[in-house]
Design a protein around this ligand. Structure first.
Ligand code: ZN
Length: 440
């Protein structure tokens, strides 16, 4: 047999012996973190933690590349944004920097447009970026939400000027029949969505509003009678159905149809002031959601904006709708996820808004976001806890965020998959909660 050249022989030996080839990626360093106070979901434990191959280990590995003295710093899992839309592809570098600066490693998009996602797909899900999933194109009804937002984006020049309403298939799936769903669903699967999104808005009035031109897109969505079929089709594809709800009737219709999650809180947004009663759910509604293990995402950042502007809507929304609804959901044991739906922001202002309800301690909110929401976004990953074998994703802070969420501004180290990540100082020290400024 002819002798193999040296490099080929050594490569073969490396493969056979399982040793890394010369050009393999360098291994993740083994670190020891000493003198840290590590969050356990309800309090802190002082312990030494090792990170090996990007995972958290309690046992000291055979060798350690470096030891970090955390000087009694507070260590928590990263934050998660449970509802947003990255609609400005040219600014995705800024979004990544801003989210990571704030300690937000995970984002779940509740729909986006393939044309936009194709412009930034390679800038997310990197060791040094935010981890991202999306519902991609959502299902709505004729003339329904979010057509008005798509129209605005065309006006801003983010989307092509020649797109004509109703944007069916380009930016949303407009469906009136089960056949419409069946025709469009394969197009959604080509986009590799993480789940399926549908829009309900005042769904009890779907029929009567259908031909009423005075009802705008921000008050109409999909025919609720189609939901059970969409649930069936989504589940057959192994995907969850997550539904945009607006009124109490939407909450009821979605729960009755067997959906998996609700992407908003009942009593969400600016319509609440006119008729609070349309947004008040009942104890039976809350119990039905709990029984079906349906989680609800908050999206209540607007409440903080109402407060800042001294809006008269603030107290009506908070006291007549949001607090009673949240009390019912909490009492029934409904899983609450945290997401902002504020396009230019992340989840930190959402946490601040949730404090205004006075129903959760800062420690509870921290856990709801870093654990419950993170695990809902990536159900197949070991994240959200600082335990043996979990991904080595964590933040070190100078001051305790569980005692006061304002202390989330004191992050001194960010570790992602076992490596420290750096963020631009401009993102850390920015003066606005917004991640980007200026025109899109
Ligand atoms: Zn949204």
């Amino acid at each position: 047999m002819k002798r193999l050249p040296y490099f080929a022989a050594s490569l073969l030996a490396a493969v056979l012996l399982g040793a890394p080839a010369a050009d393999a990626a360098p291994p993740t360093p083994n670190y020891a973190f000493v003198n840290g106070q590590w969050w356990n979901g309800s309090g802190y434990e002082q312990r030494t933690v090792y990170t090996v191959d990007g995972l958290i280990r309690s046992k000291r590995p055979a060798y350690i590349d470096q030891t970090f003295d955390l000087k009694r710093g507070f260590v928590i899992p990263p934050l998660a944004e449970g509802h947003n839309h990255w609609l400005e592809p040219l600014k995705v570098d800024d979004y990544n920097a801003c989210y990571l600066a704030d300690g937000v490693y995970y984002v779940r998009e509740m729909a986006n447009i393939p044309l936009l996602v194709d412009q930034f797909r390679d800038k997310v899900n990197l060791p040094t970026s935010v981890d991202w999933v999306s519902a991609m194109t959502g299902f709505t009804g004729p003339g329904g939400h979010p057509a008005e937002i798509i129209g605005q984006m065309i006006g801003m020049g983010i989307l092509p000027k020649d797109w004509k309403p109703d944007y069916d298939k380009q930016a949303e799936f407009v469906v009136s029949t089960e056949k419409d769903i069946d025709e469009r669903f394969p197009l959604l699967l080509e986009q590799h969505p993480a789940y399926v999104k549908a829009f309900l808005l005042f769904s009890d009035r779907y029929e009567e509003n259908l031909n009423n031109a005075s009802i705008k897109a921000d008050a109409r969505g999909m025919d609720p009678k189609l939901l059970p079929h969409l649930v069936k089709v989504a589940h057959a594809a192994g995907l969850k159905l997550i539904v945009h709800i607006y009124s109490a009737a939407d909450f009821r219709n979605a729960v009755a149809a067997g959906v998996d999650e609700l992407a908003h809180f009942p009593g969400n947004g600016y319509g609440v002031i006119k008729s609070p009663e349309l947004f008040q759910i009942t104890a039976e509604d809350a119990k039905a959601a709990a029984k079906a293990h349906i989680a609800v995402t908050t999206t209540l950042s607007w409440l903080g904006k109402f407060k800042e502007s001294n809006s008269p809507s603030y107290e009506i929304s908070r006291d007549q709708v949001l607090i009673p609804n949240m009390k019912l959901l909490k009492a029934a044991g409904v899983r609450i996820l945290i997401g902002s739906d504020q396009f230019r922001r992340d989840v930190v202002p959402e946490l601040q808004s949730l404090r205004l309800l006075g129903l959760f301690s800062d420690a509870e909110l921290l856990r709801m976001d870093t654990e419950t929401t993170a695990q809902a976004i990536f159900p197949n990953r070991k994240i959200g806890k600082l335990q043996e074998g979990y991904e080595a994703n964590f933040l070190v802070l100078d001051r305790d965020p569980a005692a006061n969420l304002d202390n989330l501004s004191s992050i001194s180290m960010r570790v992602k998959q076992g490596r420290r990540i750096s963020v631009p100082a401009s993102a850390v020290s920015r003066s606005s909660p917004d991640c980007v400024q200026g025109k899109p």
